[in-house]
Design a protein around this ligand. Sequence first.
Ligand SMILES: [Zn+2]
Length: 250
Amino acid sequence: MTAIRGLRKPEHQLRRELVQFARLCYERGLLVGFDGNLSARIDDDLILCTRASCHKGLLTDEDLLIVTLGGKKVRGNGTPTSELSMHLACYKARPDVQAVIHAHPPMCIAFTVAGLSMAQCVLPEVVLTMGVIPTLPYETTGTTSLADLVGAAAENHDAVLLDHHGAVALGDSLLSAFCKLETMEHTALILKSARDLGGVIDLPPAESAHLRKLGLSRYGGPPAAQARVGEPFADLPAACQVCPTPPKAR
Ligand SMILES: [Zn+2]
């Protein structure tokens, strides 16, 4: 399915939702203070986004700006978020994506700081909705290099971690992007707990493959991933295909 997955919503509704989900990100501890940024697609060329230096827990409609896909401000006060180029790279790479949320979820960041990957097939709901969650190499925040890296990854993933920095989640709605972000942090907490308790055991590879194909059919995903649904392990990376069976802790 390569068509747009979500129905586009009127601007006034997107504005209300964007404020709601920004506050939720703050209340759920997925970012603090001025951290993070959210955006939603109004139409093929216009993007609604948060402005720079605004507290997400106290966000209001006044903190929202409208920019073109080329990055030109059309309406609103202040300057767009410093990470706007990262959002625009996602929209350019994925015409099906309607919302992008970037946050700094603490346990996810802790995994990257510790040099630990979350790209494992462990929890069924993660495999179903996101496949594996890669960690992208470190790049300075707000740079074109980071935007290029995230845009390229967005072609194959709806959720990525940024080394020593944070997380980016894409969706066909703000709700969908928020749920992925929340699930990423929840997963990081579970993986941390499992490590503390003795180790993480992967799902059996055949079950991971089954779940991923089911998820891509049922919930959609990046068009590039959906194009691989007929392959033995769909878009799961090669590492998952050589997971030991029966699974063992690592
Ligand atoms: Zn950031």
